[in-house]
Design a protein around this ligand. Structure first.
Ligand SMILES: *Cc1c(COP(=O)(O)O)cnc(C)c1O
Length: 372
């Protein structure tokens, strides 16, 4: 009895290491006595252009209806996505961010005690979603900081129900070519659901943007996950979606909260989805900013992982204290980036690509920090 009263909840919930988000600007301003306006935040892979004007207008128009519940089935947004990706509307599941999609997938497809496969150095939420349902983690060692798909295939067990793949991967920025993913999908046992998380897809060069939504037609166990948080500039609204065949979507819909995507988010997402000019501007800024950073890293003699996303992983020292030390030196100068010690990369920092002047400020602060 005394043992029981000591703790609440199951052991596997108590074992969860909470998600570490990027530090908010206001918090850094308070902690380091800085002016909020002077702070540069390149910590959460957010869009440096902020909310698209098209989405602002759509939200303003939607405010009048906020007294009512959102459309629980997201009819208009699913319709727009269905046309864009050429899949039936009932193949789409909406999420309160794509984080929600990852969680819903774990709850819908995995039972306590079964196993989930994902890669070392892949997105932190895969571990959280696995742990949250009391499943067993099978973490496959990375190859060159990216997914080793043949090793992941070999790691699948009879009790494996889910595989998470991030492409491009966060926090390393690595990319898996279409042929490798297709070869993997062709061999994965039919009882295993593959979540292909493409949160950064829109930043890929056109030749790398394969039609993963069309693969869903051939692979009944494939679920493609996308988000409006990154390229579409709507991170604060929380809206993402999954594309999968109805056998999977049907289960996801039983698990998700009925009103998981709010009305403003639905309206804004439709507007952003059709805003090609915004996406184009973002991609161009991202390419230029990436060049700015890698040129600086080369000059500073820093190793980095070539990135396909809107961020870059850079090695800021050789000792296990390097990431934390340089991060603190950057914070003191009003620059927020992301330490990745929790990913097992304590010598590295992940820097989101911002506007040219933000990148310059970060590079200057990094140069100072390394000279200290
Ligand atoms: C940012 C990110 C997401 C999800 O973000 P949401 O804001 O929840 O849509 C999903 N996967 C990866 C790999 C990410 O980096």
């Amino acid at each position: 009895m005394s043992n029981l009263s000591k703790h609440y909840g199951p052991e596997y919930v108590r074992a969860i290491a909470p998600y570490q988000a990027g530090k908010p600007i206001a918090e850094v301003a308070r902690e380091f006595g800085l002016d909020e306006a002077s702070i540069v935040k390149l910590a959460s892979n957010e869009n440096p252009f902020g909310v698209p004007e098209s989405a602002r207008q759509a939200m303003a128009a939607a405010v009048a209806e906020l007294g009512r519940y959102p459309d629980a089935n997201g009819f208009d947004l699913k319709g727009a996505l269905s046309r864009r990706y050429d899949v039936p509307a009932d193949w789409i599941t909406l999420g309160n961010g794509s984080n929600d999609i990852l969680e819903i997938a774990a709850h819908a497809f995995v039972e306590r005690g079964q196993s989930v496969v994902y890669s070392q150095y892949s997105f932190a939420v895969y571990a959280l979603a696995t742990q949250g349902v009391g499943a067993r983690h099978i973490v496959v060692p990375a190859r060159a900081h990216g997914h080793d798909l043949p090793a992941m295939l070999a790691a699948i067990r009879d009790d494996t129900r889910l595989v998470f793949i991030a492409n491009p991967n966060n926090p390393t920025g690595t990319f898996i070519p279409a042929a490798d993913i297709e070869a993997f999908l062709a061999k994965v046992p039919a009882h295993v659901v593959v979540v292909l998380d493409e949160a950064y897809n829109e930043f890929l060069a056109p030749e790398n943007q394969f039609e993963s939504a069309q693969w869903v037609k051939r692979y009944p166990n494939l679920l493609v996950s996308r988000t409006f948080s990154k390229a579409y500039g709507l991170a604060g609204l929380r809206v993402g979606f999954a594309i999968a065949q109805p056998a999977l979507t049907d289960l996801m819909n039983r698990i998700r909260q009925p009103f998981n995507v709010n009305s403003l988010a639905q309206a804004a997402a439709i507007a952003a989805l059709n805003d090609q000019a915004f996406l184009q501007r973002g991609a161009e800024n991202n390419n230029a900013g990436y060049q700015q950073f890698v040129a600086a890293f080369d000059k500073l003699g820093l190793a980095y992982v070539p990135s396909y996303g809107n961020f870059v992983l850079v090695k800021v020292g050789d000792d296990a204290g390097a990431g934390a030390r340089i991060n603190l030196a950057l914070l003191k100068q009003g620059v927020i980036v992301r330490p990745v010690g929790n990913y097992g990369l304590p010598e590295w920092l992940r820097i989101s690509i911002g506007l040219p002047e933000e990148n310059d400020a970060c590079i200057e602060a990094l140069t100072n920090a390394l000279a200290e």
